[in-house]
Design a protein around this ligand. Structure first.
Ligand code: PLP
Length: 402
C-alpha cells in the first residue's frame, strides 16, 4: 500500500448509524435559501420562540456568580431536587434525588439510559411511527429494535394485543412516547394502563419519553407512565427535559427518573462519557422549573392555534389524510393518493420523492414518513409562524391541485 492511502476503518457501532433525517432535510433547505429562495421550512423539531428572558437572566447570573465549572456527573443537587418537586406537583410521582440524573438534552438521556440497560442479544420494542433517533440509538448498543407498526386508523397507538405479540424471551425494553413525535398522538390514560398491565406480567423495563408533556391540546391530558400502577416506577425510566416546554433546545438539558441503581449506573456511564452536563444550562433549567410558568402556557396556546390552522388547511388539500394531533407540534399526514403522479416531470413514488417535489417545486420543506418508520406519510412541524404556515400550505395546495 502506498504511503497516505490508509483509510481509517469505521467501527461496527458507528457503521450502523444513519445521519439524522430531519437534519439532512434542513441542510437541503438551507442550500435553497442560500440561492435566495424563500423556503417554507416545516422540518425542524424545535419551538420557534426565544427562550424566556427570566431563564436567560438566570444563566447570565450563574456565569457572573462563577458557576462555570464542572458539576457532579448526575447534575447539581438543586436541579435534581427541583425536578423531584415538579413531578410530585404535576403527577404525584415521589422520587428522591438519587433517582434523578440530568443529561445534555433528552436525546443524551435516552442514549445513556439505553447504554445502561440494554446490549447485544436484547430486544427493544418500539411502536412505529417512532422518533427518528430511537432505532439508531438502540442499534448503537448492539440490541435489536423490534418495530410494531401502528396506523392512522388506530390513532397511531399500539394495542395491548400488539404488545403481547411482540414480546419474546429476549425482550428487555419497551420505548413509548406520548405525546408523540412524529404523530402528535397522546394516549389516553386507560390505554397506557392497559399497556402497563401487559408489561407488569413480564421482565420488561419501560422507557417513557415524555418530552412533549406540557404541549397537549383540547381535552388531551399528559400521563406520567411511571405513576399508572403500583410497581411501575420500579421498572420505568421517565425521560423529559426543558427543550420543548421552555423553548430551550440549544441549552441541551434533559433528565431521567428511574430506579436508584439504574440512575447510579447511568451516572457512572455519563461521568466517563461527558463528565457532567453544562453548569450554566443547569442553572437555566432550574429557573425554568422553579420560576414563573406563564411562558409555558403562552407557547402551548399558540401551538394549539397553529394545530387548528394546520388541520383546517390540510383538510382542504386533495389526497391528504390527517389525524388531528392532540399534542406536540407535528401534523403527520398520509399522501399515498399522490403516489404515481408526476410533478414538473418528477414522479412521486414514496414519501421521500414527495418531499423532494414539495421542496423543489413548492419550496415547502417536510420530512418523509420513511424516516420515522412509516412510509406513505410526511411530517409537518408547526413550530413556525401562522403566516409561514398559511404561505407554505398555499404553495402545497397549488402544487397538489394541479
Ligand atoms: N424525544 C423526542 C420524542 C423528541 O422529539 C426529541 C427532540 O426532537 C427528543 C427526545 C430530544 O430532545 P432534546 O432536544 O432535549 O435532546
Amino acid at each position: 500500500m502506498s504511503k497516505g492511502a490508509f483509510a481509517v476503518p469505521i467501527s461496527q457501532m458507528a457503521g450502523c448509524v444513519q445521519a439524522s433525517a430531519t437534519l439532512a432535510a434542513a441542510a437541503k433547505a438551507k442550500q435553497l435559501k442560500t440561492e435566495g429562495i424563500h423556503v417554507y421550512d416545516f422540518s425542524l423539531g424545535e419551538p420557534d420562540f426565544l427562550t424566556p428572558e427570566h431563564i436567560c437572566r438566570a444563566a447570565f447570573k450563574a456565569m457572573q456568580d462563577g458557576f462555570t465549572h464542572y458539576t457532579p456527573a448526575s447534575g447539581i443537587p438543586e436541579l435534581r431536587a427541583a425536578i423531584a418537586r415538579t413531578y410530585q406537583k404535576l403527577y404525584g410521582l415521589r422520587c428522591g434525588p438519587d433517582q434523578i440524573i440530568v443529561s445534555n438534552g433528552a436525546k443524551h438521556s435516552i442514549s445513556t439510559a439505553l447504554a445502561t440497560v440494554v446490549g447485544p442479544g436484547d430486544e427493544v420494542i418500539i411502536p412505529t411511527p417512532y422518533w427518528v433517533s430511537y432505532s439508531d440509538l438502540v442499534l448503537m448498543t448492539g440490541a435489536t429494535p423490534v418495530l410494531v407498526p401502528t396506523s392512522l386508523e388506530s390513532g397511531f397507538k399500539m394495542s395491548p394485543a400488539q404488545l403481547r405479540e411482540a414480546l419474546t424471551p429476549r425482550s428487555r425494553l419497551l420505548m413509548i412516547n406520548s405525546p408523540s413525535n412524529p404523530t402528535g398522538t397522546v394516549y389516553l390514560r386507560q390505554e397506557l394502563e392497559a399497556l402497563a398491565d401487559v408489561i407488569l406480567d413480564t421482565n420488561v423495563t419501560v422507557l417513557s419519553d415524555e418530552i412533549y408533556e406540557r404541549l397537549v391540546f383540547g381535552d388531551a391530558r399528559t400521563t406520567c407512565f411511571a405513576t399508572l400502577r403500583p410497581g411501575l416506577a420500579e421498572r420505568t425510566l421517565t425521560i423529559s427535559g426543558v427543550s420543548k416546554s421552555y423553548a430551550m433546545t440549544g441549552w441541551r438539558m434533559g433528565w431521567t427518573i428511574g430506579p436508584a441503581h439504574v440512575v447510579k449506573a447511568m451516572g457512572n456511564v455519563q461521568s466517563q462519557q461527558t463528565g457532567c452536563p453544562s453548569s450554566i444550562s443547569q442553572y437555566a433549567a432550574l429557573e425554568a422549573l422553579e420560576g414563573v410558568q406563564e411562558c409555558v402556557e403562552k407557547m402551548r396556546r399558540e401551538f394549539e392555534a397553529r394545530r387548528d390552522l394546520v388541520c383546517k388547511r390540510l383538510a382542504d388539500l386533495p389526497g391528504v389524510r390527517c389525524r388531528v394531533p392532540e399534542g406536540a407540534f407535528y401534523a403527520f399526514f398520509n399522501i399515498e393518493a399522490h403516489f404515481g403522479r408526476a410533478f414538473a416531470g418528477k414522479k412521486v413514488t414514496d414519501s421521500a420523492s414527495f418531499c423532494q417535489v414539495a421542496l423543489e417545486s413548492a419550496h415547502v420543506n417536510l420530512v418523509p414518513g420513511s424516516a420515522f418508520g412509516a412510509e406513505g406519510y410526511v411530517r409537518l412541524s408547526f413550530a413556525a409562524s401562522r403566516e409561514q404556515i398559511n404561505g407554505g400550505l398555499d404553495q402545497l395546495e397549488k402544487l397538489l391541485v394541479t
